[in-house]
Design a protein around this ligand. Sequence first.
Ligand code: SF4
Length: 284
Amino acid sequence: KDFRNKNKPNWCPGCGDFSVQAAIQRAAANIGLEPEELVVVSGIGCSGRISGYINAYGFHGVHGRALPLAQGVKMANKDLTVIASGGDGDGFAIGMGHTIHAIRRNMNITYIVMDNQIYGLTKGQTSPRSDAGFVTKSTPEGAIESSVNVMELALASGATFLAQSFSSDVKELTTLIEQGIEHDGFSFINVFSPCVTYNKVNTYEWFKQKLVKLSSFEHYDSTNRADAMRVLLEHNSLVTGLIYQNKAKKSYQEYIQGYDSNPLSQAKLTLSKDEFNKLIEEFK
Ligand code: SF4
């Protein structure tokens, strides 16, 4: 299936988000999804535009709220494959509370963050993922705070699928997205997706020199949570690949009575118009 649509992305030439878009499209096609079986929900930011560039249902939501919307979609319609996406500012600043609770809730959706360590849409301010000392217009003397370590945080919050990739490595990213979609629970994939216009520090070259692929390790057991935390600590989280997966934990939906047999999307409205209007009046 072709998950491309006619919309031409208006990202800057060279932006990492192009490759993330391509990887999502390839993963959906490789899995054998139909466009009407996929929903991409996004937040606000350059990366938030992605929901309009994929031939599937798209919902461009409000800042930091991609995850609540995506979880609502999945709760209402079990038959949809749901991808939530956005940037590091969207997910790890205003949306951070949602991110942590979505991780521990373990609903069966995939969250892909395009992490460029800066606010691109608003023209280059320091983000929660910018490293200490990072100089922008919002921190002209250099950022004082250290970068939030989302990988360690996600693991500590009970992530059942944790992966990281680099937008240059579309092959690895596509495989991880496929694995994430097929994971029965919440899958969190952080993608280093360089902002070529405003971030002149964390460039493609910078990542090529710093990132270590887990597949290059002789022995790495992605089912061992202690090993996952150790590898993150030892490499300052600059690793790519499947970091941790726990297939034993049940997804949120498995605890919900009637989720499979009586989905909200197929529920019949049994109220008459008068009863419905009365109900609305009560809640005004
Ligand atoms: Fe991409 Fe940065 Fe341009 Fe936004 S400003 S489209 S993040 S390169």
